[in-house]
Design a protein around this ligand. Structure first.
Ligand code: DGJ
Length: 694
């Protein structure tokens, strides 16, 4: 049960999640919210009795509350990282907040602060999300005056203070195009460490979440404090570890050097910066975030995501009606449920050099438009999906020739082209209206079941507000489209996984995880993706071997098994697959449909990391258990170790659906599941177990 308790004098608040408590003391006069606990359940009386984290330093040179406040505003005796900072209309940069009210309304705590002199009011919001261990936090900043600008350079949602520990370690991901989600787990220096995107989009290079532990947590053991930001524009997260041994993590929109200007009467609502504590290690932290996403973020979480076919790797820009339909017939025969026509169907788009922005079907490729193709695909028993990249234009396009002013640019400066394209300014109402008109028409005309919404370059040369405002403009168009077409589903893509975050996740149905479809690389990429994001969000295609990007030759079952750990797709050139491969693929698609509820709705346990010789993931849903085992390279003819499973009932009995072997739950959890793999490299296995009910 999530709930919020507040003491009669309003000085102590306990925010309870399903199994944790976040407690704070409110010092009204100091305008300070001082967290006293973030961990296992604690009642209000116990929270009230806790001392506010004491200042280790009383000397004049220190900031006594550094890394010990929920919303440190720049000014006064605060020398650490600020959640709020800027210049006021009178030129001053000093902020002095006092608490004017604190309220609990249902499932939400709101603390209201105002500056004693400046025209600024701040509302801090806390919402424990029902049935989960996540607390959502955000702030609303108001200009309460009638003149002048408040010029903000930092406007975070809040600061999460991690309880004092002897040491701190931080986990996060870095990456690049085709190499997203590489997990790092490193000691947190006594310093301010910034994680950021200056690209106007979430980015491949990093992702807006971190996890903090004291250096001893493991996959299924130990305390982990994690934070994630729901925003798809530029972002920053600062992990501040003070000399006094405290740690706070601040997060919000924007990046350094970019301002948000608040005019009289205006307000700015920050993105949500959510936090989750667990005592069960990194695995439990991931499962906590996945449960939150399935229950509260993903729009249609109870649906099963369809098996899709996507034509990109098979045809690239060489898209024709006949070619797509030939692939569609083969895909339908394998059991695909959705067929996605990728880039190259419109305007002069026969390469990446032209056509973006001219969203009418190419008449040389689709003589009667897309309607008949969509119909034929539906006739084959599949939904019709189509690729779009609404935020972009090629300079060689009719759109750009007509509206050169619609792109982000700085008058007089060079317009940086990347992949021969420029970014349309979705902060502009006329651009959003144009995008809405053609997207609405496309969905109506084709009856599209899915849009693959791509974004293939970062933003450059943008005005101040665009680094946050562009993403909000995209949200507005997506929200309008979804409202008008309730049956429409959207795949979020940005050259693979360049726009994966909780903000876009709330308004789309799946992510294109990476342009890297090599099954071996995917083990690492998908390991990184699922640290925070639910497996159902992770689209994974089975493509050709050798892989077009890495040239690695990997057998079909291994490629399928890797893709079956998320939302399965097929992306190979099926016209080149022989009858044996097609028959094998048909069997594996059917197997995926059998285990799909377990993978998409179940709980993920990462049993063995992809860096190990034999790695494994397990899914648990109701009475069913699914285990995938992978051995990339056989070594030393070493005997295969049994695999202890997780989360099972030790008193129950489980039967292997394929072999009929029966195991006790305690045996599977202790000695483990016997591992049987075909010999050689790139060996994999899928094990399906069902709990027996007597
Ligand atoms: C990048 C995407 O990640 C690919 O899957 C494909 O859609 C291309 N863009 C098309 O240009």
């Amino acid at each position: 049960m999530s709930s919020i308790e507040m003491s009669g004098d309003g000085a102590t608040v306990a925010v309870h999640t399903r199994s944790t408590t976040y407690a704070l003391h409110i010092d009204a006069a100091a305008g300070s919210l001082r967290p006293v606990h973030w961990g296992s359940r604690l009642d209000l009386a116990a929270a009230r009795a806790l001392p506010a984290r004491p200042s280790a330093h009383t000397d004049t040179f220190e900031a006594p509350w550094e890394a010990a406040e929920d919303y440190p505003a720049q000014g006064s005796r605060r020398f650490g990282a600020a959640a709020l900072g800027g210049w006021f209309p009178d030129g001053s940069a000093d902020c002095e907040l006092t608490v004017v009210d604190q309220r609990v309304d249902g499932d939400q705590l709101t603390v209201m602060l105002t500056d004693t002199r400046q025209p600024l009011a701040v509302d801090l919001h806390y919402r424990p999300v029902a049935g989960t261990d996540v607390i959502e936090r955000w702030a609303v900043l108001h200009h309460t005056g009638d003149a002048g600008i408040i010029d903000l350079h930092r406007y975070d949602a809040g600061a999460w203070c991690v309880p004092p520990r002897d040491d701190y370690r931080i986990s996060h991901v870095t990456g690049a195009w085709s190499a997203e989600g590489l997990v790092h787990r490193t000691a947190l220096p006594v310093a301010e460490t910034h994680f950021t995107s200056r690209r106007g989009v979430t980015g491949h290079h990093a992702n807006p979440w971190v996890m903090v532990d004291d250096g001893t947590a493991r996959e299924e053991h130990g305390e982990v404090w994690s934070m994630a930001l729901a925003h798809s524009g530029s972002w920053r997260i600062t992990a501040s570890r003070s000399h006094a041994g405290r740690c706070a993590v601040l997060g919000g929109a924007g990046h350094e050097g970019v301002r948000h200007r608040l005019g009289p009467g205006e307000a700015f609502t920050t993105p949500v910066f959510a936090g989750l504590y667990t005592g069960g290690g990194f695995g439990a932290a991931s499962r906590g975030w996945h449960a939150y996403q399935r229950g509260h973020v993903v729009p249609h979480a109870s649906e099963l995501r369809p098996v899709l076919y996507n034509s990109w790797e098979a045809t690239t820009f060489d898209v024709t009606q006949e070619g797509q339909l030939a692939l569609a017939r083969l895909a339908a025969d394998l059991g695909a449920e959705l067929f996605v026509v990728d880039d190259g169907w419109f305007g002069a788009r026969t390469s990446d050099r032209a056509g973006l922005g001219d969203w009418t079907p190419n008449p040389h490729r689709f003589r009667d438009g897309l309607g008949p193709v969509a119909e034929e695909i539906r006739g084959l028993g599949m939904g019709f999906g189509i690729w779009v990249e609404p935020e972009m234009t090629n300079p060689d396009s009719d759109l750009y020739r007509t509206h050169p002013d619609w792109v982000h640019h700085t008058p007089g400066h060079r317009r940086t082209e990347l992949r021969n394209q420029l970014v349309l300014d979705f902060g502009r109402a006329d651009v959003r209206e144009w995008a809405w008109q053609w997207l609405d028409g496309l969905v109506r005309d084709t009856g599209a079941a899915l849009l693959k919404w791509d974004f293939n370059r970062p933003i450059t040369e943008a005005a101040q507000d665009a680094w946050t405002g562009h993403a909000r403009g995209v949200y507005a168009v997506v929200d309008r489209l979804r409202a008008a077409h309730p049956q429409l589903r959207i795949e979020s893509c940005a050259g693979g996984g360049g726009r994966v975050d909780l903000g876009i996740m709330a308004r789309t149905d799946q992510f294109w995880t990476s342009d890297n479809t090599d099954a071996v690389d995917r083990l690492t990429i998908q390991h990184g993706h699922t640290q925070l994001y639910a497996p159902r969000s992770m689209v994974a295609w089975v493509t050709d071997s050798p892989n077009p990007l890495t040239e690695r030759v990997v057998p079909l079952p291994f490629r399928f098994h890797v893709a079956m750990t998320g939302t399965l797709g097929i992306g190979g050139d099926l016209t080149t697959w022989d009858t044996g491969e097609l028959a094998n693929a048909r069997r594996l698609v059917a197997q995926y449909k059998d285990i799909r509820p377990v993978v998409q709705h179940g709980e993920l346990y990462r049993l063995r990391d992809p860096r190990e010789t034999v790695s494994a993931v397990q899914y648990l849903h109701g009475d069913r258990v699914v285990v995938f085992i992978f051995q990339v390279g056989a070594q030393f003819a070493a005997p295969l170790r049994s695999l202890p499973l997780a989360g099972l009932d030790p008193t129950a009995t489980y039967r292997d659906d394929d072999t009929g072997d029966v195991y006790g739950g305690a045996t599977l959890a202790g000695p483990g599941l016997p591992v049987r793999l075909p010999g050689g490299d790139y060996a994999s296995a899928l094990v399906r177990l069902t709990r027996l009910r007597t």
